[in-house]
Design a protein around this ligand. Sequence first.
Ligand code: SAH
Length: 416
Amino acid sequence: MTSFLHPPLSAWPHCSAKPVKLQVTNSAMATLHRGHPWLYAERIKSESHQGQPGDLAVVFDGKRRFVAVGLYDPLSAIRMRALRTSKPGPIDRAFFAERIALALARRLPLLTTGTDGYRMIHGESDGIPGMAVDRYGETAVVKLYTHAWLPHLRDFLEILLEQQPLTRIVLRLSRGMKQYPEELRGLADGHLLYGEPITAPLTFRENGLHFEVDPVHGQKTGFFLDQRDNRARVEQLAAGKRVLNAFSYNGGFSVAAARGGALEVTSLDQSGPALASSRRNFALNAEVPAIAAAHHLTIEDDAFNAMAELLKQGRKYDLVIIDPPAFAVRRTQVKEALASYGRLAHLGVSLLTAGGDIVLASCSSPVSPGAFRQTMCDAAIRAGRPLSRIVETGHALDHPLDFAESRYLKCLFAKA
Ligand code: SAH
Protein backbone atom coordinates (compact mmCIF):
# COMPACT_ATOMS: atom_id res chain seq x y z
CA MET A 1 0.00 0.00 0.00
CA THR A 2 1.40 3.44 -0.85
CA SER A 3 1.25 5.81 2.07
CA PHE A 4 -0.17 9.32 1.81
CA LEU A 5 1.74 10.41 4.89
CA HIS A 6 4.70 12.75 4.41
CA PRO A 7 8.30 11.52 4.51
CA PRO A 8 10.20 10.58 6.59
CA LEU A 9 7.26 8.80 8.23
CA SER A 10 6.00 7.26 4.99
CA ALA A 11 9.46 5.72 4.44
CA TRP A 12 10.04 4.60 8.03
CA PRO A 13 11.51 1.08 8.17
CA HIS A 14 9.40 -1.69 9.65
CA CYS A 15 10.33 -3.11 13.03
CA SER A 16 12.21 -6.37 13.28
CA ALA A 17 10.11 -9.48 12.62
CA LYS A 18 11.73 -11.12 15.62
CA PRO A 19 10.16 -10.12 18.96
CA VAL A 20 12.32 -9.64 22.03
CA LYS A 21 11.51 -12.32 24.61
CA LEU A 22 11.57 -11.08 28.19
CA GLN A 23 11.70 -12.73 31.59
CA VAL A 24 10.69 -10.33 34.35
CA THR A 25 10.42 -10.22 38.14
CA ASN A 26 7.35 -11.65 39.85
CA SER A 27 6.21 -8.21 40.95
CA ALA A 28 6.47 -6.89 37.37
CA MET A 29 4.43 -9.87 36.20
CA ALA A 30 1.77 -9.15 38.82
CA THR A 31 1.65 -5.52 37.67
CA LEU A 32 1.18 -6.56 34.03
CA HIS A 33 -1.48 -9.13 35.04
CA ARG A 34 -3.39 -6.33 36.76
CA GLY A 35 -3.45 -4.58 33.39
CA HIS A 36 -0.91 -1.86 34.19
CA PRO A 37 1.00 -1.46 30.92
CA TRP A 38 4.42 -0.24 32.06
CA LEU A 39 7.44 -2.53 32.39
CA TYR A 40 10.48 -0.78 33.83
CA ALA A 41 13.95 -1.82 32.64
CA GLU A 42 15.14 -2.76 36.14
CA ARG A 43 12.35 -5.34 36.40
CA ILE A 44 13.70 -7.34 33.46
CA LYS A 45 15.65 -10.48 34.41
CA SER A 46 16.65 -11.55 30.90
CA GLU A 47 16.11 -10.50 27.28
CA SER A 48 16.58 -12.77 24.25
CA HIS A 49 18.45 -9.97 22.46
CA GLN A 50 18.79 -6.19 22.41
CA GLY A 51 15.87 -4.90 20.34
CA GLN A 52 15.33 -1.66 18.46
CA PRO A 53 12.74 1.01 19.40
CA GLY A 54 9.35 -0.29 18.32
CA ASP A 55 10.20 -3.97 18.17
CA LEU A 56 7.55 -6.11 19.78
CA ALA A 57 8.47 -7.56 23.15
CA VAL A 58 6.77 -10.58 24.66
CA VAL A 59 6.82 -11.40 28.35
CA PHE A 60 6.56 -15.06 29.43
CA ASP A 61 6.30 -16.44 32.94
CA GLY A 62 8.53 -19.19 34.41
CA LYS A 63 6.33 -21.85 32.78
CA ARG A 64 6.65 -20.17 29.37
CA ARG A 65 3.05 -18.94 29.50
CA PHE A 66 2.15 -15.64 27.88
CA VAL A 67 1.94 -12.58 30.14
CA ALA A 68 2.01 -9.56 27.81
CA VAL A 69 3.05 -8.23 24.44
CA GLY A 70 3.98 -4.63 23.85
CA LEU A 71 6.25 -2.04 22.30
CA TYR A 72 9.92 -2.21 23.24
CA ASP A 73 11.94 0.96 23.80
CA PRO A 74 15.64 0.61 24.72
CA LEU A 75 15.88 4.44 25.04
CA SER A 76 13.34 4.68 27.86
CA ALA A 77 13.32 3.57 31.49
CA ILE A 78 9.85 2.23 30.66
CA ARG A 79 11.37 -0.55 28.54
CA MET A 80 8.05 -1.92 27.34
CA ARG A 81 4.52 -0.56 27.12
CA ALA A 82 2.08 -3.45 26.98
CA LEU A 83 -0.58 -3.52 24.27
CA ARG A 84 -2.12 -6.85 25.20
CA THR A 85 -2.01 -8.58 28.57
CA SER A 86 -3.35 -11.99 29.62
CA LYS A 87 -4.49 -13.04 26.12
CA PRO A 88 -2.02 -13.21 23.22
CA GLY A 89 -2.97 -11.83 19.82
CA PRO A 90 -1.46 -10.02 16.85
CA ILE A 91 -0.40 -6.39 16.95
CA ASP A 92 -1.45 -5.35 13.47
CA ARG A 93 -3.70 -2.98 11.56
CA ALA A 94 -6.85 -4.79 12.75
CA PHE A 95 -5.70 -4.41 16.35
CA PHE A 96 -5.07 -0.67 15.88
CA ALA A 97 -8.45 -0.30 14.14
CA GLU A 98 -10.24 -1.89 17.08
CA ARG A 99 -8.50 0.23 19.72
CA ILE A 100 -9.04 3.44 17.73
CA ALA A 101 -12.74 2.66 17.21
CA LEU A 102 -13.23 2.01 20.93
CA ALA A 103 -11.52 5.28 21.83
CA LEU A 104 -13.59 7.27 19.34
CA ALA A 105 -16.83 5.66 20.52
CA ARG A 106 -16.14 6.90 24.07
CA ARG A 107 -16.06 10.49 22.77
CA LEU A 108 -19.36 10.36 20.87
CA PRO A 109 -21.28 12.24 23.60
CA LEU A 110 -19.06 15.28 22.94
CA LEU A 111 -20.18 15.59 19.35
CA THR A 112 -23.60 16.98 20.30
CA THR A 113 -22.12 19.75 22.46
CA GLY A 114 -20.73 22.15 19.87
CA THR A 115 -17.26 20.73 20.50
CA ASP A 116 -14.77 19.74 17.81
CA GLY A 117 -11.61 20.11 19.90
CA TYR A 118 -11.03 17.15 22.19
CA ARG A 119 -8.65 14.33 23.02
CA MET A 120 -9.39 11.45 20.66
CA ILE A 121 -6.89 9.08 22.22
CA HIS A 122 -5.67 9.31 25.79
CA GLY A 123 -2.74 6.90 25.82
CA GLU A 124 -2.71 4.20 28.47
CA SER A 125 -6.35 4.82 29.43
CA ASP A 126 -7.43 4.01 25.88
CA GLY A 127 -5.16 0.99 25.53
CA ILE A 128 -2.77 2.92 23.30
CA PRO A 129 0.09 3.59 25.72
CA GLY A 130 2.68 6.26 25.07
CA MET A 131 0.58 8.30 22.67
CA ALA A 132 -2.07 11.01 22.88
CA VAL A 133 -4.04 12.32 19.92
CA ASP A 134 -5.94 15.61 20.16
CA ARG A 135 -8.12 17.04 17.45
CA TYR A 136 -8.79 20.67 16.68
CA GLY A 137 -11.46 20.61 14.01
CA GLU A 138 -10.01 18.59 11.15
CA THR A 139 -6.42 18.85 12.41
CA ALA A 140 -5.09 16.06 14.62
CA VAL A 141 -2.06 16.46 16.85
CA VAL A 142 -0.23 13.27 17.73
CA LYS A 143 1.90 13.54 20.82
CA LEU A 144 4.35 10.69 21.30
CA TYR A 145 6.03 9.72 24.56
CA THR A 146 8.16 6.89 23.14
CA HIS A 147 10.26 6.21 20.03
CA ALA A 148 8.61 2.78 20.01
CA TRP A 149 5.61 4.14 18.12
CA LEU A 150 7.64 5.38 15.16
CA PRO A 151 7.82 2.12 13.14
CA HIS A 152 4.05 1.60 13.71
CA LEU A 153 2.89 5.16 13.24
CA ARG A 154 2.31 4.92 9.50
CA ASP A 155 -0.13 2.00 9.92
CA PHE A 156 -1.72 3.59 12.96
CA LEU A 157 -2.34 6.96 11.32
CA GLU A 158 -3.58 5.46 8.06
CA ILE A 159 -6.23 3.65 10.09
CA LEU A 160 -7.05 6.77 12.08
CA LEU A 161 -7.56 8.58 8.77
CA GLU A 162 -9.89 5.81 7.59
CA GLN A 163 -12.04 6.28 10.68
CA GLN A 164 -11.97 10.08 10.94
CA PRO A 165 -12.25 12.77 8.28
CA LEU A 166 -9.03 14.60 9.17
CA THR A 167 -7.24 16.93 6.78
CA ARG A 168 -3.99 17.41 8.68
CA ILE A 169 -1.81 15.63 11.23
CA VAL A 170 0.90 17.37 13.28
CA LEU A 171 3.53 15.52 15.33
CA ARG A 172 4.55 16.62 18.81
CA LEU A 173 7.29 14.89 20.79
CA SER A 174 7.78 14.49 24.53
CA ARG A 175 10.79 16.01 26.23
CA GLY A 176 12.30 12.52 26.63
CA MET A 177 12.13 11.83 22.90
CA LYS A 178 13.80 15.11 21.98
CA GLN A 179 16.90 13.89 23.85
CA TYR A 180 17.57 11.37 21.04
CA PRO A 181 17.22 13.42 17.84
CA GLU A 182 19.44 11.02 15.87
CA GLU A 183 16.81 8.31 16.41
CA LEU A 184 14.15 10.48 14.76
CA ARG A 185 15.49 10.16 11.18
CA GLY A 186 14.57 13.73 10.33
CA LEU A 187 11.27 13.90 12.20
CA ALA A 188 11.01 16.77 14.66
CA ASP A 189 8.63 18.34 17.13
CA GLY A 190 5.92 20.20 15.21
CA HIS A 191 6.58 18.26 11.97
CA LEU A 192 3.63 17.99 9.59
CA LEU A 193 2.84 14.31 8.96
CA TYR A 194 -0.16 14.70 6.70
CA GLY A 195 -2.01 17.42 4.83
CA GLU A 196 -1.18 21.05 4.11
CA PRO A 197 0.97 23.34 6.29
CA ILE A 198 -0.88 25.66 8.65
CA THR A 199 -0.87 29.09 7.01
CA ALA A 200 -3.76 30.82 8.80
CA PRO A 201 -4.66 30.69 12.51
CA LEU A 202 -6.39 27.42 13.31
CA THR A 203 -9.63 27.58 15.25
CA PHE A 204 -11.91 25.01 16.88
CA ARG A 205 -15.04 24.97 19.01
CA GLU A 206 -15.59 24.01 22.61
CA ASN A 207 -19.17 24.07 23.92
CA GLY A 208 -19.98 26.49 21.12
CA LEU A 209 -17.09 28.86 21.93
CA HIS A 210 -14.41 29.52 19.32
CA PHE A 211 -10.75 29.32 20.22
CA GLU A 212 -7.57 29.71 18.23
CA VAL A 213 -4.85 27.16 18.72
CA ASP A 214 -1.23 26.77 17.64
CA PRO A 215 -0.62 23.02 17.64
CA VAL A 216 2.96 23.43 16.39
CA HIS A 217 4.33 25.75 19.08
CA GLY A 218 1.63 25.81 21.80
CA GLN A 219 1.96 24.17 25.20
CA LYS A 220 0.85 20.54 25.30
CA THR A 221 -0.81 20.17 21.88
CA GLY A 222 -1.93 23.82 21.91
CA PHE A 223 -4.86 23.95 24.31
CA PHE A 224 -5.74 22.63 27.78
CA LEU A 225 -8.57 20.39 26.64
CA ASP A 226 -8.64 18.58 30.00
CA GLN A 227 -10.24 21.63 31.65
CA ARG A 228 -13.33 21.70 29.40
CA ASP A 229 -15.82 20.68 32.09
CA ASN A 230 -14.24 23.00 34.63
CA ARG A 231 -14.52 25.90 32.18
CA ALA A 232 -18.23 25.07 31.76
CA ARG A 233 -18.61 25.08 35.54
CA VAL A 234 -16.89 28.48 35.77
CA GLU A 235 -19.31 29.80 33.14
CA GLN A 236 -22.21 28.79 35.41
CA LEU A 237 -20.69 30.69 38.35
CA ALA A 238 -19.73 33.89 36.57
CA ALA A 239 -22.94 35.93 36.12
CA GLY A 240 -22.52 39.52 37.30
CA LYS A 241 -19.05 38.88 38.72
CA ARG A 242 -15.60 40.41 38.59
CA VAL A 243 -13.25 37.58 37.75
CA LEU A 244 -9.50 37.07 38.10
CA ASN A 245 -8.05 34.25 35.98
CA ALA A 246 -4.46 33.61 37.10
CA PHE A 247 -2.17 31.58 34.79
CA SER A 248 -4.74 32.30 32.10
CA TYR A 249 -2.71 31.04 29.08
CA ASN A 250 -4.90 31.73 26.04
CA GLY A 251 -7.91 32.67 28.13
CA GLY A 252 -10.03 29.51 28.10
CA PHE A 253 -11.51 30.17 31.55
CA SER A 254 -11.74 33.91 30.81
CA VAL A 255 -13.88 33.51 27.69
CA ALA A 256 -16.11 30.97 29.46
CA ALA A 257 -16.61 33.35 32.39
CA ALA A 258 -17.48 36.15 29.97
CA ARG A 259 -20.15 34.07 28.25
CA GLY A 260 -21.49 33.25 31.71
CA GLY A 261 -22.16 36.95 32.24
CA ALA A 262 -19.05 38.17 34.07
CA LEU A 263 -18.89 41.98 34.15
CA GLU A 264 -15.12 42.11 34.11
CA VAL A 265 -12.50 39.43 33.51
CA THR A 266 -8.79 39.89 34.21
CA SER A 267 -6.45 37.43 32.53
CA LEU A 268 -3.10 37.22 34.32
CA ASP A 269 -0.12 35.42 32.80
CA GLN A 270 3.61 36.03 32.54
CA SER A 271 3.50 35.31 28.81
CA GLY A 272 2.71 38.23 26.49
CA PRO A 273 1.92 35.96 23.51
CA ALA A 274 -0.50 33.91 25.66
CA LEU A 275 -2.31 37.11 26.68
CA ALA A 276 -2.41 38.31 23.07
CA SER A 277 -4.01 34.99 22.18
CA SER A 278 -6.58 35.44 24.97
CA ARG A 279 -7.51 38.84 23.50
CA ARG A 280 -7.95 37.27 20.07
CA ASN A 281 -10.11 34.56 21.63
CA PHE A 282 -12.41 37.25 23.04
CA ALA A 283 -12.57 38.83 19.58
CA LEU A 284 -13.37 35.47 17.98
CA ASN A 285 -16.48 35.21 20.15
CA ALA A 286 -17.60 38.81 19.90
CA GLU A 287 -20.90 37.79 18.33
CA VAL A 288 -21.93 36.46 21.78
CA PRO A 289 -23.46 39.56 23.43
CA ALA A 290 -22.22 38.65 26.93
CA ILE A 291 -18.66 38.28 25.65
CA ALA A 292 -18.79 41.55 23.72
CA ALA A 293 -20.15 43.25 26.85
CA ALA A 294 -17.59 41.85 29.31
CA HIS A 295 -14.65 44.08 30.11
CA HIS A 296 -11.47 42.04 29.45
CA LEU A 297 -8.25 43.22 31.09
CA THR A 298 -4.84 41.57 30.89
CA ILE A 299 -1.89 41.69 33.28
CA GLU A 300 1.49 40.46 32.05
CA ASP A 301 3.43 39.53 35.17
CA ASP A 302 4.48 36.76 37.47
CA ALA A 303 1.23 35.62 39.10
CA PHE A 304 2.66 35.52 42.64
CA ASN A 305 3.93 39.12 42.32
CA ALA A 306 0.85 40.41 40.57
CA MET A 307 -1.60 38.91 43.04
CA ALA A 308 0.39 40.32 45.97
CA GLU A 309 0.36 43.70 44.22
CA LEU A 310 -3.41 43.55 43.58
CA LEU A 311 -3.89 42.74 47.25
CA LYS A 312 -1.78 45.77 48.26
CA GLN A 313 -3.93 47.94 46.00
CA GLY A 314 -7.03 46.65 47.80
CA ARG A 315 -8.48 45.02 44.68
CA LYS A 316 -11.26 42.45 45.19
CA TYR A 317 -12.78 39.84 42.89
CA ASP A 318 -15.95 37.76 43.19
CA LEU A 319 -14.43 34.76 41.42
CA VAL A 320 -10.74 33.82 41.35
CA ILE A 321 -9.40 31.01 39.15
CA ILE A 322 -5.88 29.71 39.73
CA ASP A 323 -4.70 27.03 37.31
CA PRO A 324 -0.89 27.07 37.26
CA PRO A 325 1.53 24.86 35.30
CA ALA A 326 2.73 21.64 36.94
CA PHE A 327 4.92 22.53 39.92
CA ALA A 328 6.01 18.90 40.46
CA VAL A 329 6.88 16.19 37.96
CA ARG A 330 8.81 14.04 40.45
CA ARG A 331 7.90 12.89 43.93
CA THR A 332 10.87 14.78 45.38
CA GLN A 333 9.29 18.05 44.22
CA VAL A 334 5.94 17.51 45.96
CA LYS A 335 6.75 19.37 49.17
CA GLU A 336 7.92 22.48 47.37
CA ALA A 337 4.97 22.29 44.96
CA LEU A 338 2.47 22.12 47.82
CA ALA A 339 4.11 25.17 49.40
CA SER A 340 3.62 27.09 46.12
CA TYR A 341 -0.01 25.95 45.80
CA GLY A 342 -0.53 27.06 49.39
CA ARG A 343 0.88 30.54 48.67
CA LEU A 344 -1.38 30.88 45.66
CA ALA A 345 -4.46 29.76 47.59
CA HIS A 346 -3.61 32.25 50.35
CA LEU A 347 -3.33 35.07 47.81
CA GLY A 348 -6.45 33.90 45.96
CA VAL A 349 -8.83 33.80 48.93
CA SER A 350 -7.41 37.08 50.22
CA LEU A 351 -8.45 38.75 46.96
CA LEU A 352 -12.04 37.47 47.22
CA THR A 353 -15.08 39.49 48.23
CA ALA A 354 -16.98 37.92 51.15
CA GLY A 355 -18.58 34.65 50.04
CA GLY A 356 -16.74 34.74 46.73
CA ASP A 357 -15.85 31.68 44.68
CA ILE A 358 -12.40 30.24 44.22
CA VAL A 359 -11.26 27.64 41.72
CA LEU A 360 -7.91 25.97 42.41
CA ALA A 361 -6.37 23.48 40.02
CA SER A 362 -3.24 21.36 39.99
CA CYS A 363 -1.93 19.29 37.10
CA SER A 364 1.08 17.97 39.06
CA SER A 365 0.64 14.19 38.89
CA PRO A 366 2.81 13.33 41.93
CA VAL A 367 0.62 15.61 44.10
CA SER A 368 -2.23 13.48 45.44
CA PRO A 369 -5.82 14.78 45.48
CA GLY A 370 -5.88 14.44 49.28
CA ALA A 371 -2.67 16.40 49.82
CA PHE A 372 -3.79 19.09 47.40
CA ARG A 373 -7.16 19.53 49.07
CA GLN A 374 -5.62 19.61 52.56
CA THR A 375 -3.02 22.19 51.54
CA MET A 376 -5.66 24.40 49.93
CA CYS A 377 -7.93 24.18 53.01
CA ASP A 378 -5.06 24.90 55.41
CA ALA A 379 -3.87 27.90 53.38
CA ALA A 380 -7.38 29.34 53.29
CA ILE A 381 -7.72 28.94 57.08
CA ARG A 382 -4.38 30.69 57.58
CA ALA A 383 -5.68 33.55 55.45
CA GLY A 384 -8.75 33.74 57.71
CA ARG A 385 -11.01 32.68 54.83
CA PRO A 386 -11.84 28.98 55.33
CA LEU A 387 -13.17 27.13 52.31
CA SER A 388 -16.75 25.89 52.33
CA ARG A 389 -19.00 24.01 49.92
CA ILE A 390 -15.98 22.35 48.34
CA VAL A 391 -16.56 20.43 45.12
CA GLU A 392 -13.71 18.34 43.70
CA THR A 393 -13.71 17.82 39.97
CA GLY A 394 -11.21 16.40 37.54
CA HIS A 395 -10.74 15.54 33.92
CA ALA A 396 -13.31 15.83 31.18
CA LEU A 397 -14.79 12.73 29.51
CA ASP A 398 -12.16 12.57 26.79
CA HIS A 399 -9.43 12.11 29.42
CA PRO A 400 -10.55 8.79 30.92
CA LEU A 401 -8.80 7.60 34.06
CA ASP A 402 -8.36 3.89 33.51
CA PHE A 403 -4.74 4.19 34.48
CA ALA A 404 -3.51 5.55 37.82
CA GLU A 405 -0.67 7.70 36.43
CA SER A 406 -3.12 9.48 34.14
CA ARG A 407 -4.93 10.98 37.15
CA TYR A 408 -2.97 14.22 37.15
CA LEU A 409 -5.64 16.93 37.20
CA LYS A 410 -7.23 18.03 40.44
CA CYS A 411 -9.63 20.92 40.67
CA LEU A 412 -11.42 22.39 43.70
CA PHE A 413 -14.38 24.73 43.53
CA ALA A 414 -15.18 26.41 46.83
CA LYS A 415 -16.56 29.47 48.56
CA ALA A 416 -14.42 31.49 50.95
N1 SAH B 1 -5.28 27.88 32.94
C1 SAH B 1 -4.86 27.63 31.58
C2 SAH B 1 -3.67 26.73 31.49
C3 SAH B 1 -2.48 27.21 32.29
S1 SAH B 1 -0.99 26.76 31.54
C4 SAH B 1 -6.04 27.09 30.74
O1 SAH B 1 -7.08 26.82 31.30
O2 SAH B 1 -5.89 26.93 29.54
C5 SAH B 1 0.14 27.60 32.51
C6 SAH B 1 0.28 29.07 32.17
O3 SAH B 1 0.95 29.66 33.26
C7 SAH B 1 1.09 29.40 30.93
O4 SAH B 1 0.34 30.26 30.11
C8 SAH B 1 2.34 30.12 31.46
O5 SAH B 1 2.73 31.21 30.63
C9 SAH B 1 1.86 30.65 32.77
N2 SAH B 1 2.84 30.82 33.83
C10 SAH B 1 3.81 29.96 34.24
N3 SAH B 1 4.43 30.44 35.31
C11 SAH B 1 3.86 31.63 35.61
C12 SAH B 1 4.05 32.60 36.63
N4 SAH B 1 4.95 32.43 37.59
N5 SAH B 1 3.26 33.68 36.64
C13 SAH B 1 2.32 33.85 35.68
N6 SAH B 1 2.09 32.98 34.70
C14 SAH B 1 2.84 31.88 34.66
